[in-house]
Design a protein around this ligand. Sequence first.
Ligand code: SF4
Length: 250
Amino acid sequence: MNAAVDVGVAAAVDADHLREARRHRLPVQPGGVHGALPEGVRHDVWHTLMSCAADADAPEVQAIAGVLATAFASHGTAHLPLVGLGAADTRRLMARWFPGADVALDLDWRALAEAHRHEPRSDEIEELVGLLTEAADAADLQAGIDQPGKHAGHGWRAETRWLAHALSQASLGNNHLWQDLHLPSRRELSSLMSRWFALLAARNDRDMKWKKFLYKQLCDRAGINACRAPSCSVCTDYAKCFGPEDAAAA
Ligand code: SF4
């Protein structure tokens, strides 16, 4: 069997599965150990965001805080933090998940609406956003919960899109995805994927590393087979795709 389909077996989600996933709350990590706390300025911004968090235990809130902190620390607060997401969406996102943080970070929304930041890998982000949002739409359609395109500006649909942007941007990082999201551990990322991107999460039934998995989906969609082995079970790169994801962040 071709490796391209080895990890891409068609998955299915039904309405009950999807509704249950969306209700699911992840219990706080025993002992409160955090495996990828940001440092320096990034930590200062992250701390400000998390101090304002609407739900500090929600993996999506933690993940977005990590991405916003990285972006603001790297590019300053005079630029919008998420590539491809405009000022109006960013403002709604922050009001939804970090109310008051824009004031605490002294963001100037009028100036931000005019600011432009060049991201050389914006095409890659766009492709990943497409993968994630299309999968979320497909899950909704399959489960008969909603119609793609409805509620694009608010509610679950908008939040899924914001999250897709955050995950996609973090996927450009050099560490494991959960580390570049500054999540406490990989389990929060797996929970987030199951809750927000149930169809994709169901496809990762062999627990491939999340970043590898997302890029493999892009390759599969484009009909590219970058695998040198005929199947994962005989592949010398197996540990790179499926090994533990607990190495220290760079
Ligand atoms: S690189 Fe190897 S282990 Fe990874 S998906 Fe391809 S065949 Fe499977």
